[in-house]
Design a protein around this ligand. Structure first.
Ligand code: ZN
Length: 217
């Protein structure tokens, strides 16, 4: 498979560029593997054949097939890559953050799906350190989600997962803000590629996301 990694400069370009499923696969293969040459995620074997009709690879050693989603934040997600990529372009480049409701409307998925995508994308934004926050840092006091306590319990239960920020999920929101800050001087296309480069090796399933398992951080 050739390595045509070129990133769109605008959301409009992203929509057009990623409307072709093969382009989506090639784009991520180019970011993930040297010369876009796939490596088996199970046995690390490098003799692989690409199944053009299925847009998947087959390992010639263990004989297993795998898609570009394996071992990434997209694994086990039924959402197509064109929607993932457009959501990532939006999130990477929206200066004031974007809600799961906006993502749901923009890419035509349910709000619950959009919320899950948003959390996984924030997971990819996680740098593991705040050390890049250097120089003079100003930290303002703020209330995050303060109005929730004024809601009726039933209303709060209905609203709370979609409106940004519970204490349990606060660090993911902070990951997004840190990512924006660390990449504030690069172009939209470069910021998008930076985010896409972070998706490998970062899975986040529903149980981990909702606190049934520790994510280990
Ligand atoms: Zn293999």
């Amino acid at each position: 498979m050739s390595n045509p990694v070129k990133a769109p400069d605008t959301l409009m370009e992203a929509i057009q560029y990623f409307s072709d499923p093969l382009t989506c696969v090639q784009f991520f293969a180019g970011l993930r593997w040297e010369n876009a040459e796939a490596v088996c995620p199970r046995c690390q074997y490098k003799r692989i054949s690409f199944l053009t009709t299925r847009l998947m690879w087959k390992c010639l050693d263990c004989k297993k097939q795998f898609s570009i989603k394996v071992g990434t934040i997209f694994e086990d997600s039924a959402v197509t890559l064109d929607k993932w990529l457009c959501a990532m372009f939006l999130i990477a480049n929206c200066k004031n953050g974007v809600s799961s409701y906006e993502i749901a409307r923009d890419i035509h998925v349910t709000q619950r799906t959009a919320w899950f995508m948003l959390q996984r994308i924030r997971h990819a934004m996680h740098t593991g350190t705040f050390s890049k926050l250097s120089g003079q840092i100003e930290a303002d006091e703020t209330f995050i989600g303060g109005k929730a306590r004024n809601m009726h319990a039933a209303k709060r239960a209905e609203k709370i997962t979609g409106t940004g920020v519970e204490p349990f999920h606060l660090y993911r929101y902070i990951d997004e803000q840190a990512f924006s800050f660390n990449n504030r001087h690069v172009t939209d296309a470069d910021r998008f590629v930076q985010l896409c480069s972070n998706v490998s090796g970062k899975r986040l399933d529903w149980n981990t996301l909702t606190g049934k398992h520790s994510v280990g951080r």
